[in-house]
Design a protein around this ligand. Structure first.
Ligand code: FE2
Ligand code: FE2
Ligand code: FE2
Length: 166
């Protein structure tokens, strides 16, 4: 069915545009163009509206239990199957920046997998996760509960690089 494939492709494109524009907004701010940065952020949010509408239209949002199951499988695929060969190829090609980028993602996806798995167990039993603070490392994406570590165990960034996610 063409429309289902088209929705998938449009969802991927809009999702990428969202992240790209947010990265471009940071760069525009750094380059001294705050109003251009604002335009990038506005368009980025609009692309999120489009991406979510496409995802809804293709039935991509299910129950929280099913969504967690899908998230567990996605993270598992990434850290077990997708990133290991990517990392190996980056090493072979001596692309250090890609190597670091893949390595950080590989390690963090495994953490996400475990966190989602625990959440899935909880939701299957009919309860939400316990209320806790959650932090992410802005260098590698490491995701931790309760409090930010002194030093990120994945990328060695100091505590100040962690931000709380509300
Ligand atoms: Fe769009
Ligand atoms: Fe992840
Ligand atoms: Fe980190």
């Amino acid at each position: 069915m063409a429309t289902h494939d088209n929705l998938k492709e449009a969802f991927a494109g809009e999702s990428q545009a969202n992240r790209k524009y947010l990265a471009f907004a940071k760069k525009a701010d750094a380059d001294g163009f705050p109003q251009v940065a604002k335009l990038f952020r506005a368009a980025a949010e609009a692309e999120t509206v489009h991406a979510h509408a496409h995802l809804r239209a293709m039935g991509g949002i299910k129950s929280t239990e099913q969504n967690l199951q899908e998230a567990v499988e996605g993270e598992s695929y990434e850290f077990k199957s997708m990133y290991p060969p990517f990392l190996q190829e980056a090493q072979q090609e001596k692309n250090k920046q890609a190597e670091i980028s893949f390595k950080f993602a590989l390690d963090v996806e495994e953490i996400h997998h475990d966190l989602y798995q625990k959440a899935l167990t909880s939701v299957k039993a009919g309860s939400d996760l316990p209320e806790k603070k959650i932090y992410i490392c802005e260098i590698c994406g490491n995701t931790v509960y309760d409090e930010a570590p002194e030093k990120c165990p994945i990328c060695n960034a100091p505590r100040a690089k962690f931000k709380e996610v509300k």
